[in-house]
Design a binder for this molecule. Structure first.
Ligand code: CDV
Length: 316
């Protein structure tokens, strides 16, 4: 019996700063229904899917954006999404800003099954950007002010008849993300993102945003024999244009579905999880071919250290 999960990648267009949670949840429910209509088992929403991307603004106090965070999930405003998922018998994955009872702030991703029950949670590991105001930028990227780095790593969950992992935005650029999930036999990796097209520290990268987005996810899929669903919140949000190009990628590294517009839209693919073994059991048979003893630096060293300079005589 094949294990086919019909996955919908539910891209969002911009969410304005004054858009209410109720209005956003209505948009999510519309996409959930689109997925249900075509028989999706799982609908994947992007990173921070309930609000505008608030780290683009500095507030004097770091709790100045607290109204963008969820203190409970589901809460009164998000409960309708859970109820509709259960009614439609469709699971979903939702990105949101989490404020814990202990006052911790995480960039979170929640996996919910077809009964509307949470079955897995991920908190973003790689927090990009900066933590203090940098007025030279046309807009800020203050994730390091408003979120803390998760100490929990990259867990996987048995759900949707397979092994599911999650990651958020900047995580997708790091090969370690995929390999840590691959080493737990992940067959489906869900990744939500908000990627502004303008990268202030090196604007030469602006034109390459779409290329880099697919480059890293396609490599991650192939090198770990896994499906990857990368879902954008794109378009021009509060004057900042972000990348769309939501994609579903097979274990071969090929894109099997992709959005071609930048608004709210769902693309889908029937993901045969048994295809993963075609790569996991051959070229990327980890147990047979990997050499962890040769990779020790990956966990022992954080930043790159160049070897000593050689002098003219060739001695170091
Ligand atoms: N939300 C993100 O994590 N965005 C980052 C920044 C650096 C643009 C990204 O890697 O896309």
């Amino acid at each position: 019996m094949s294990r086919v999960v019909h996955v919908g990648a539910a891209q969002l267009g911009p969410i304005s700063a004054d858009e209410s949670r109720a209005d956003v949840v209505e948009r999510l429910i519309a996409l959930l229904r689109d997925g249900a209509t075509i028989g999706c088992d799982l609908v994947v929403f992007p990173e921070l899917a309930l609000t505008t991307f608030f780290p683009r603004w500095y507030t004097d106090s770091f709790d100045g954006h607290d109204h963008y965070y969820e203190r409970e999930m589901p809460g009164p405003q998000t409960q309708p999404l859970f109820d509709e998922a259960a009614r439609l018998n469709v699971g979903f994955c939702l990105g949101y800003a989490e404020l814990t009872p202990q006052g911790e702030r995480f960039n979170a991703y929640l996996l919910v099954d077809k009964r509307g029950v949470a079955v897995g949670k991920y908190r973003k590991v790689h927090i990009p950007g900066h933590d203090s105001d940098e007025p030279w930028r046309p807009f800020q990227h203050l994730e390091r002010r408003y979120f803390q780095e998760s100490p929990e790593g990259f867990p996987v969950f048995r759900a949707f008849d397979g092994i599911v992992g999650m990651a958020l935005c900047n995580d997708r650029r790091w090969s370690e993300t995929y390999r840590v999930l691959g080493l737990q036999a992940a067959e489906l990796i869900l990744i939500g993102y908000n990627t502004p097209l303008h990268y202030a520290p090196d604007p030469d990268q602006n034109a390459l945003q779409g290329f880099h987005n697919h480059l890293v996810m396609q490599a991650g899929a192939y090198q770990n024999g896994t499906w990857i669903v990368g879902v954008a919140k794109g378009g021009i949000e509060e004057g900042v244009e972000s990348l769309s190009q939501t994609a579903i990628i097979s274990p071969s590294g090929q894109i099997v579905a992709q959005t071609i517009t930048s608004g709210d839209v769902l693309v889908s693919a029937r993901c045969d999880l048994d295809l993963c073994s075609r790569y996991k059991d051959t070229l990327f048979d980890f147990a047979r071919y990997r050499r962890p003893e040769a990779y020790r630096l990956i966990t022992e060293r954080k930043g790159a250290i160049a070897p000593p300079q050689r002098n003219k005589q060739g001695a170091s």
